[in-house]
Design a protein around this ligand. Structure first.
Ligand SMILES: [Zn+2]
Length: 297
């Protein structure tokens, strides 16, 4: 089973980092595996000598932002490291004094001046780090290829994107250039919540359906963030804790089980090469509008 951290899991990591490392200075950086770093892999470009000032996130990617303290109290010379966790990546914070043992999968370690450590570990190495000389460079290059963030996109903007594609709505929502942040788990849960068939063509989704989609998407993501994200296999937050949202999944991973709404067995198909679980009865929107009207009345 391949499961990637999605927006709620990454948002939890960002919140964990904001609470632990923001304000701390990087004393030195150990790069144990150079090819995990794209761009410059000099320790200075991985924020050595800099103070973490904030964490930015777009979709499933996030960035550690650092600045150099030049004169007492004044910060400048900003740089940033963008991270993508891939499938098995994690970023753990070890407070000063906590035992820490890097293994063969620990690729980069930031040693903080207060004794804390931040370790990037990724056994399967589908994730990675990208270094940038400024946040502007990151947003104008790597992040310019991503769509708007799933937590902040407006219904009008999403409707405009969906109108341009004849692909199934599931494929469109998974496409990070359309919308950044959703993966297989949350798209299946969202389409079930909106009663939309995963094969419903993007350009047929109405303005009203898009409004519902955005409202349900915000509610779903907000709830998942509050529950600490979904842990199916590898995901842990910056303190090593698993998430709890997987316990309330309604359709994801439940093919053959009863639909929580109507009781019929949930079915499994492949869309965009991804396993897709849905209820054929509750999510019948792939039918033509006239058929749906006939069914409803
Ligand atoms: Zn159903």
């Amino acid at each position: 089973m391949t499961v990637m951290p999605e927006l709620p899991e990454v948002e939890n990591i960002c919140r964990g980092l904001t609470d632990t490392v923001v304000g701390s200075m990087v004393n030195r950086v150990t790069i144990r595996r150079v090819d995990i770093v794209r761009g410059s892999s000099r320790p200075a470009d991985l924020l050595r000598g800099q103070t973490f000032t904030r964490i930015d996130r777009l979709g499933k990617q996030f960035a550690l932002i650092g600045q150099t303290l030049v004169h007492k109290g004044s910060l400048n010379k900003e740089a940033c490291v963008c991270l993508h966790l891939g499938m098995t990546g994690s970023l753990r914070f070890y407070p000063p004094g906590e035992p820490y043992r890097p293994d063969g999968h620990t690729h980069v370690v930031w040693h903080l001046t207060d004794g804390g450590r931040l370790a990037f570990r990724d056994p399967r190495r589908f994730g990675g780090l990208w270094t940038f000389d400024s946040v502007t460079t990151l947003t104008e290059t790597r992040w310019s290829k991503l769509g708007e963030d799933a937590l902040t996109i407006t219904p009008a903007r999403l409707h405009m994107k969906l109108k341009r594609t004849r692909r199934p709505i599931k494929s469109a929502l998974l496409d990070q250039a359309t919308l950044a942040g959703l993966g297989n788990i949350y798209v299946d849960e969202l389409l079930f919540g909106c009663r939309l068939h995963p094969l419903y063509p993007g350009h047929e989704v109405t303005r009203e359906e898009t409004q519902l989609l955005v409202r349900k998407m915000r509610a779903l993501l907000t709830r998942a963030i509050a529950l600490g994200g979904s842990t199916l296999k590898d995901y842990v937050d910056t303190s090593g804790r698993s998430g709890g949202f997987q316990r309330v999944h309604k359709v994801y991973g439940r093919s053959g089980q009863a639909c929580p709404r109507c009781g019929l067995p949930l079915v499994r198909i492949a869309v965009a090469g991804r396993t897709t679980v849905f209820c054929e009865d509750c999510q019948a929107s792939v039918m033509s509008r006239s058929e749906r009207v006939a069914k409803d009345y």
